[in-house]
Write a protein that binds this ligand. Structure first.
Ligand code: RB5
Length: 155
């Protein structure tokens, strides 16, 4: 599974933890798309890079880290085909994948500690999407809202 990771200046420290953890996981190929210095940068730019990579099918999953995880989740969810979830605990990560079919996980470098972040990452990568009809229907309703907003077909 190909996974991409991005971060702004507030997410550099946690990004290294997440990258190392992903590299230790079996079957995961990981690419670092984020910044490696604490020079201030605009988080919507890195959110767009990761989100577009996932939306284009060049990676199955993405992780984006800013200070809170809030800004990058807002920005990533503007990209068609992306379902980004801010995950602050393992249960968020499990449900985001299983019920919401999230393909991007957002983390807060200033709020989530290393060990919790690693547990969240494991849960996000390892939890499969549900094959239950009601969850698929709800995902499709989310995606239909997206194409309506873009002036596309009402599915
Ligand atoms: C940067 O100071 C901070 O605003 C950013 O990392 C993020 O938390 C935004 O949501």
């Amino acid at each position: 599974m190909k996974v991409v990771v991005g971060n702004d200046h507030a997410g550099v420290e946690l990004k290294w933890v997440v990258l190392e953890h992903l590299r230790e996981m079996d079957g995961v190929e990981v690419e670092n798309l984020g910044v490696d210095t604490e020079e201030p940068m605009d988080y919507p730019d890195i959110a767009a890079t990761v989100a577009r990579t996932v939306a284009a099918g060049e990676a199955e999953l993405g992780f984006i880290i800013c200070g809170t995880g809030i800004g990058v989740s807002m920005a990533a969810n503007k990209v068609d085909g992306v379902r980004a979830a801010l995950c602050c605990q393992e249960y968020h990560a499990r449900m985001a994948r299983e019920h919401n079919f999230a393909n991007v996980c957002c983390l807060g470098g200033r709020v989530t500690g290393s060990e919790l972040a690693k547990a969240i990452v494991t849960e996000f990568v390892r939890t499969p999407e549900s094959d239950v009809a009601r969850h698929i229907r709800r995902r499709d309703k989310i995606m239909a809202l997206e194409s309506k907003a873009a002036g596309g077909d009402d599915v």
